[in-house]
Ligand binder design. Sequence first.
Ligand code: MLT
Length: 337
Amino acid sequence: MLFAARATAFLRVAAVIGFACAMLVLLPASHVVGQGQAGYPSRPITLIVPFAKGGPTDTVARIVSVEMAKTLGQPIVIENVVGAGGTLATRRVAQAAPDGYTLMVGHMGTHAAAVALYPKLGYRPDTDFAPIALLTKMPMLLLARREFPASDFTEFVAYVRGHTHVLNMAHAGVGSVSYASCMLLNHLLGIDPTGVPFNGTAPAMDALVAGEVDYMCDQIVNAVLPLRTNVVRAYVIASSDRDAAVPTVPTAAEAGLPAFQVEAWNALFAPKGTPAPIVEALNAAVVRALDQPDVRGPLIGLGGVVPPADQRTPQALAALVATELQRWGQVLKRSHN
Ligand code: MLT
């Protein structure tokens, strides 16, 4: 009996291994570009998302990583490590082993704005990371609770200027995209609301829908569904053009505040010192993922912008980080005093 059970178990394991090997062999060459890069990857990869599940960063990470995992031939396991506007997780990744098994999705907050907001940040976005590739650009929206007493942006401005000391503004922590964007807005409007921090804009959105906070700035990917179901309001989009996912929302310029311009972005980073063949394998996996209908469809459908080929290189991402560090350094110096 014991022998039979062991033999059956052995056959089952052998069948699973055999099936897995057959699947690997059957994968087209383009699906295993990561293999053969010094054996990388030979085990699952951890992808750190510095905010709560279900928010913009998490959504982008999950959509893109499914296709990347197919290319790399290994699972990509998402770990949400929250706190301090994404900066705790970012510091952890900066200090992780540069072996390609700990990566992160960073963004305009963690890899640009946060530098101007934390005197002791503990990492440098431009020197402590190996940039892999830009994943998306995301228009930003000014959103308010459904019952907010303003039917358009002009009324919003009049109301917030008259009630600045009783207003509260949700955000995903000091240094996050939502925080930095609304700092710019508040500065332009001359208002000083009470900030209410969350571990991401998924819980912040829940609070907005519940009417517990007055307004917030958020990436479009998190706002399209609440807007379609009419549970929150959007007053402006902080871009030069309207977005097809929310076509009735006017641009900030149309609404009379042209200086409210923010383009959020999300990108893949590894710790500095990650070997070039690994960076190349990961970049190739992103590049392929961004061309797949299962990635483009949801990202574009939720209002995101998929970067063109020339913006998907590590060099283009390094240049973006440098430009954004400078821009947000100046913006927040003016806005955060
Ligand atoms: C932010 O920085 O505001 C983030 O995008 C929040 C999130 O991803 O939840």
